[in-house]
Ligand binder design. Structure first.
Ligand code: BMA
Length: 336
């Protein structure tokens, strides 16, 4: 495989002395400010309700992280009172935007179903919550923002799990979907083509509140991603286009890592995409944990030509794998 696991993996383990993160710490978002690497990670402190909070850690070298004693984002709104999960961080014009999965109902009852909320911070000390940003009636995880506007608009990728052909129907010209227990009308200005399986969708916005132009851009293709795919870390701008690292899940529920290159001016166009996974569960901490056989990338940074990919391992710990950016891009382009 092209990615090398960091020898000191996992880089973050549960902390028995802090009750809110004593069971699991995983799926971490990261951002590099030029000096420090800031990390937000999902933490679990009990298995009865399985409620997640977000913790903060900081590093100068990308491998040893110092954590805070208390979580920084907690379930305290109606839309996230049952969990704040899987943070991704994007820096846009000096503000850090955090997209996280918000659960309004107990995770053990499906979580609501999940939607994506937005929070911002300037300094990783104080945070502001802005509410849900994915559309009504979409069971959306894996939401990431691009680090700059494209054609004067913010761009988001998300993975509406229930927006698949067999779960959509029309009545008197209106579109409906099943969303958890309910049937919900989908108010989309243009009727998109619905894929057969849960896919990565794009959407655009001028203000990060009102979104439009929903369209699937990448669907499962290979057998290792045959059940569903979802964006990993926010896309990284490279000379060859946007590098999108994503996860693919097969019918056995094994999570693997893939990558694609998207057109710099029109990210709806996929330039190239890996046919074989870049990383799959092999190490003991990826095979055994709270959910077995999971490598789940949610953060990435580059330092010169080195790409650092941060991923959740078996829903238990945070791990790191690295590679040369140039070699990775060459590999993606060679696979198409
Ligand atoms: C996804 C999310 C992730 C989790 C993964 C593997 O659906 O719940 O948070 O890491 O499953 O269990």
């Amino acid at each position: 495989m092209l990615l090398s696991r960091f020898r000191g993996n996992p880089i973050l383990r549960p902390s028995p002395s802090r009750p809110w993160e004593s069971c699991a710490v995983f799926n971490c978002g990261v951002v590099h400010d030029g000096v420090r690497i800031h990390m937000l990670y999902r933490a679990i402190g009990e298995y009865d309700h399985y409620v997640s909070r977000l913790g903060y850690a900081v590093s100068r070298d990308g491998v040893s992280f110092t954590r805070l004693d208390k979580p920084v984002i907690e379930p305290d709104r109606s839309y996230d009172r049952w969990g704040c999960e899987d943070p991704r961080i994007t820096s846009i014009d000096g503000t850090y935007y955090i997209t996280y999965v918000a659960l309004s109902k107990p995770p053990k009852m499906g979580g609501g179903p999940p939607r994506t909320a937005l929070a911002t911070t300037q300094d990783f000390k104080t945070y502001r919550k802005h509410g849900i940003i994915t559309p009504e009636g979409s069971d959306s995880r894996d939401t990431v923002l691009f680090p700059r506007k494209i054609n004067k608009q913010y761009v988001m990728l998300h993975r509406p799990y229930n927006w698949v052909r067999w779960n959509i129907w029309k009545n008197s010209g209106r579109l409906y979907t099943r969303f958890g227990e309910r049937e919900v009308e989908l108010k989309l200005e243009d009727e998109p083509r619905f894929p057969d399986r849960p896919s990565i969708w794009i959407a655009y916005s001028k203000d990060l509140k009102n979104w439009h132009g929903y369209k699937p851009i990448m669907e499962p293709r290979e057998s290792w991603e045959s059940w569903k795919i979802g964006a990993g870390p926010p896309p990284i701008e490279t000379e060859e286009g946007w590098l999108l690292i994503y996860h693919g899940v097969d019918r056995d529920k094994t999570y693997r890592v893939g990558a694609a290159l998207l057109d710099p001016d029109n990210p709806e166009r996929i330039i190239a995409r890996t046919r074989t996974p870049l990383l799959e569960p092999e190490a003991p901490y990826e095979k055994n944990g709270d959910v077995p056989n999971v490598v789940f990338p949610t953060g990435a940074i580059t330092i010169e030509d080195k790409l650092y990919i941060y991923y959740g391992s078996a829903d238990k710990t945070c791990s790191l794998a690295t590679t040369s950016l140039k070699t990775l891009i060459k590999q993606i382009k060679s696979q198409r």
